[in-house]
Design a protein around this ligand. Sequence first.
Ligand SMILES: [Zn+2]
Length: 263
Amino acid sequence: MSMGAHIRAVTEKANKALNNISRLLPKVNGPSESTRRILCSVVTSILLYGASIWEQVVEKKVYKRILSSVQRRVAIRVSEAYRTTSNKALMVIARIPPINLLVKCRARIEKDGPDAKSEAQNAVMLCWQEEWDIDDGTAEWSKKLIPNIRPWFERRHGEVDFFLTQILTGHGCFEAYFKRFNLAETEECLYCINVDTVEHTLFFCPRWNMQRNIAEQILGHISPDNLVEKMLESPTNWDHVCKMAKQILSAKRIERPNLIQAR
Ligand SMILES: [Zn+2]
């Protein structure tokens, strides 16, 4: 079997497994991130089967794209992200290292033995961070919140969900987002005169002062520069940010249709 045929076969198998397991998981208000991550480990182990043989071809654009499209599907399920989110942001938020890096890591361990494991894994983190740092105009907001992948990736507490992921991506119930994808006529906030971005909603909009103040009583002053740092400090901090995100974004979602109509 040629390399290309092999990669296609592996991808097809991974997609099938993903469909089968996905069917078992409810779509909304369903399983926790840790349960959703089952998808990730199943798919990754299928994708990495025989990795050492096709290590050389994984950097080829066409194969990389086929393989990362499966990873993308998994990342969307794990993070509960909107489908407009960039691959780059998805992978970091869902904590799934890009497949080309995983393939190299696996190949190196198979070649050099288990002693090479920690060094190979370390190399994954370094390369991933390098890719993350490239200024290509994508994932800018996520990069601002999560400048360093490693502490985010290695954290022992904290799950992402539909609401928190909207905060982390900026893709969600924000007028600027709706406008960008032609789902709204203007970017203007429904509650004040400013442009409604994720940053505006979470950190500035007066409509959410109460929710913000409650969170800040625990967290201290929050800003885009320290939000994730504070979340990583303790499970309590993480939960308060999650709670604030859920309260604000679910209220927005409920209030939005009436406010749009009243405009
Ligand atoms: Zn506002």
